[in-house]
Design a protein around this ligand. Sequence first.
Ligand code: FDP
Length: 337
Amino acid sequence: MSDPSKTNLITLTRHVFQDQVENYKEASGDLTLLLTAIQLGCKFVASNVRKASLISMTGLANSSNVQGEEQKKLDVIANEIFVNALRSSNKVAVMVSEEDEEAIIVDAQHRGKYCVVFDPLDGSSNIDCGVSIGTIFGIYKVKEGSTGQISDVLRPGSEMVAAGYCTYGSCSTLVLTTGQGVNGYTLDTEIGEFILTHPNIQIPSRGKIYAVNEGNSKYWDGACTKYFHSLKFPEDPKKAPYSARYVGSMVADVHRTMLYGGIFCYPADSKSKNGKLRILYECFPMAFLVEQAGGRATTGRKRMMDVQPETIHSRSPIFLGSKEDVEDIEAFYKAEA
Ligand code: FDP
């Protein structure tokens, strides 16, 4: 008999559909279909990232996005792929992309009941040198009675119904939560399917790695300065200092934190008063995933998922990862209060 692990494959679609049938009796299958559109976007981007240098897709696209950053050709293409796939799924009412200044309200003909907030290609400064990058997404349901408007996405992260990211590195792994834990699915490029490879991801309660842009240390506040110093020069002489790892692509840094534990930080500082990362499509999805994996995510002073975003591109400081590591930075902020 053949090996069932090779023939009875648990694809992402099969797994999510099974979860919906078992855990949400009223589920219509719409979320599964919406996730199929997201998977298509991820597969297309994964394929283009792999051959970007060969087909001249690196470099600038001669335009800048809403944050005033230069857009890469791949950023533009990735955005178009996701917008088209999501619109044609007929499951989406509102889209917010890092690359578009305004939210996209889907026309009545194609409108569904979900809102998707996403960063189609996060970590774009790493594209040209082949370092891991990724896509991040979060999903809300439109509010009762709404046909789709900005207020459907200007909500705390705790109201998201699903979130995930996909890495484009040595392999492509899509990590997803629908609020029942976290699972990771690795793309088998030969059959074009994401296969369950990381069931029920649990972040270790304490790690040994910290990730932060140390180059900003002269701008840090007192809590951050003291916290990072404590990691490098532990008070207890028997304790080893933490290791530093910083890819500079949020998806890659968070993925490592999910699997190995530790802490990923993008603090506010005197140069960037609200930090750098965007609440809706960077901080919330990652906070949702981390909490579902048993970790913690904070602004330093408040649970990340409880933040109310003021605009679709608002930013926030963020610290996420192993529960005990995040509690440590929270204690430093509390002591400063
Ligand atoms: P990038 O600017 O390369 O797109 O929000 C974008 C982001 O990358 C994150 O992926 C990453 O964690 C962060 O910015 C890196 O910022 P710094 O270069 O300031 O460290």
